[in-house]
Design a protein around this ligand. Structure first.
Ligand code: PRX
Length: 635
């Protein structure tokens, strides 16, 4: 079966088949990939334990699908185009042959440094081709990568390294993002004070910032490559992986506790990332595809590295940010590399929209044929601006809804094939069976309804477990509504049956497309010496989608409120990272609580949203007076 659907009628027919005969459907899709051995059984599953196995018994290595199988036909074609942070620095192009050679080389470096199949490797790197090479080299030797986004603090890295007992870290001396220098190696050094399991750190040269190289632990990437070259170790056979062997871990925030390690496995992830990339973006050979995400997030894993490369695409990687050196940078990149497909986030669109038309002047965007959006709900104003100013009303916009736990896109238009609708992720992709449920878990049938979004049947990219704690996986995703995967999102299904994601229904925030657990931010704030307790909620933010609003009980603040505020910000930056810093901190003398001590977040959310007139019933509160005080002091 062809991966790409070419008409709406075909979509309807394929969708029907995918629901009626899922195993036949996915077997036919999986036939488009290269297997060392085919599966014994397409699917084995239950959502009670949960236990989901796709393509059980099959053997493969995803890097053979992303690299080796393209060498004969696409060997000299660009696999990765890399655009630097500084527009005056040269860009780089790696052909499939070159990328293959570099991945093999670095895979041999990993082996020389004792890495074996199943070892966990933490990757903390800037957006360079070497980051993609590091991921692929891990996959080549069967090591499990755990990429940590460059914006996370030493403490967050240490937590992630310890949770997965990583034995090796791959990093760089430093990185560049906009006008900022990122002291990556120094952050890793701080993290490793707490990490006994790490025996080796491989450091790539990027910023030439002075770094402390610890004897016996730290080695330079470039020196290790030289060793491999002198050994004449050019090739590196791909490790044979079982379809259900663990492939990678990616940490993500939930409503409780510390971030959890979402586990994806080799076969299903490969098929799902590759299939959805080819189909949703309707990728045609030779097209230049630019996903602006960071590889530190799932979007970068699936739609910069594995999805596009498995399809022989040209994937453009950008080191910088949309507004550096000015707000025309994305459009310069599109113009310079003749980008055909642009996949970005609503927060970037809203931020660029706020600069008006000026940054677009003189930029040739005529190469664009398809646009994508991901990470958060896109408001209609931003959708129309993207459509008109960037797509010149001539490019379908795929608003792709999915999550770290999904491996790939679940609900989205198929570019140019199925209809789009501003603000709507529209229709489920083949193989995806969404349902809306009410508070009691009862399925809400029909159209023109809203509820909590669940998925009632597995797809190949579904989360298999949370690393080291399967019970947490069951509790978080499969226990709220028995027999279904619960997404944590609220959703509307309109009269036409199109889905519109309305946002999280749990205590998770989505700030600039970054997922942040309110409990996590509260824990970080509470670490500050003078804080007694705190409550964090989201509020609508013009650019970020949601902002972080913290209500903090801190009796000692009176001396210097501003300084205390800054101290609390710094505490959050240290414990989690700059991405979780509150936008607003309101000092309060107490939090609204029920008599049993539960914080009434509903009330705080309304106050943060500026909706103080109708707070609902406050009579059950322990101290209703506190609400008046909080209302009066709202920021
Ligand atoms: O609330 C949804 C929102 O982002 C959440 C998933 O976050 P994360 O795991 O970090 O993955 C982001 C990139 C895949 C979802 O639960 N979300 C993601 N895409 C959309 C979205 N909300 C609305 N529309 C989208 N297209």
């Amino acid at each position: 079966m062809n991966l790409k659907i070419s008409s709406f009628a075909e979509y309807e027919q394929v969708y029907k088949q995918s629901v009626e005969q899922p195993e036949e459907f996915w077997a036919a899709i999986a036939d488009n990939f290269q297997w060392k051995k085919k599966w014994d059984k397409v699917l084995d599953w239950n959502f009670t334990e949960p236990n989901v196995k796709w393509f059980d018994g099959a053997k493969l290595n995803i890097t053979e699908n992303c690299l080796d199988r393209h060498l004969d036909t696409l060997g000299d074609k660009p696999a990765i185009i890399w655009e630097p942070n500084d527009p005056n620095e040269d860009h780089r192009v790696l052909s499939y042959k070159q990328l293959h050679a570099k991945v093999c080389q670095f895979a041999n470096v990993l082996k020389n440094n004792g890495v074996k199949k199943g070892d966990r490797i933490c990757i903390y790197m800037p957006m360079l081709p070497e980051l993609a090479i590091a991921l692929l080299a891990c996959a080549r030797v069967g090591a499990i990568h755990s990429v940590v986004f460059g914006g996370f603090s030493a403490q967050s890295i240490a937590d992630r390294i310890n949770d997965a007992t990583c034995s090796l870290v791959i990093t760089a001396d430093g990185g560049f993002r906009g006008a900022k220098d990122l002291p990556l190696k120094s952050v890793i050094d701080d993290a490793l004070v707490q990490c006994q399991s790490v025996k080796r750190v491989i450091v790539l040269t990027r910023s030439r910032t002075p770094v402390a190289m610890i004897k016996g632990r730290d080695v330079w990437w470039e020196d290790e490559i030289k060793k491999v070259e002198t050994q004449g170790n050019v090739d590196c056979p791909a490790e044979e992986m079982d379809a259900e062997d663990m492939m990678f871990i990616l940490y993500t925030s939930g409503s409780t506790g510390k971030p959890k390690g979402v586990v994806h496995t080799c076969g299903g992830y490969m098929v799902y990332a590759g299939y959805t990339f080819a189909n949703v973006f309707q990728y045609n050979p030779g097209e230049v595809y630019f996903c602006t995400a960071d590889i530190g997030w799932i979007t970068g894993h699936s739609y910069i590295v594995y999805g596009p490369l498995s399809q022989g695409a040209t994937s453009l990687m950008f080191e910088g940010i949309p507004t550096y050196p000015d707000a025309g940078r994305f459009w310069d990149v599109v113009d310079k590399h003749k980008v055909n497909i642009l996949y970005t986030a609503p927060t970037a669109i809203r931020s660029l929209m706020s600069f008006g038309d000026e940054p677009l002047k003189g930029k040739d965007l005529s190469s664009l044929t398809k646009l994508g959006s991901v990470g958060e709900p896109i408001n209609e104003e931003a959708w129309h601006w993207y459509d008109e100013k960037i797509g010149k009303s001539n490019c379908p916009i795929v608003d792709t809804w999915w999550q770290t736990e999904n491996g790939g896109i679940l609900i989205s238009p198929i570019a140019g094939v199925t209809p789009t609708k501003p603000g709507y992720a529209t229709l489920p992709l083949p193989g995806v069976q969404p349902v809306l449920v009410d508070e009691n878990g009862k399925e809400i049938l029909g159209n023109g309804v809203s509820g909590n979004l669940c998925i009632k049947f597995p797809w190949p990219g579904i989360i298999r477990t949370t690393y080291g704690d399967h019970e947490r996986c069951r509790q978080t995703y499969f226990a709220t509504y028995p027999g279904m995967y619960f997404t944590g999102d609220g959703c509307l299904r309109d009269e036409d049956g199109y889905y519109r994601i309305t946002g999280r229904v749990d205590d998770v925030l989505n700030v600039s497309g970054h997922r942040i657990g309110t409990a996590e931010v509260e824990n970080a704030i509470n670490m500050h010496a003078t804080v007694v307790e705190s409550a964090v909620v989201g509020y609508p933010h013009d650019i970020k989608g949601q902002g972080v609003y913290a209500f903090v009980v801190c009796p000692a603040k009176t001396d210097n409120e501003d300084l205390t505020r800054k101290d609390i910000m710094m505490t959050v930056q240290r414990i989690i990272g700059a991405i979780a810093k509150p936008d607003k901190i309101q000092f309060v003398s107490g939090l609204p609580k029920t008599r049993s001590g539960k914080i009434m977040r509903r009330i705080l959310r309304k106050i943060a949203e500026g909706e103080t007139s109708n707070l609902g019933d406050t009579s059950t509160l322990l101290d209703p007076g506190v609400v008046e005080e909080i209302k009066a002091g709202a920021l």
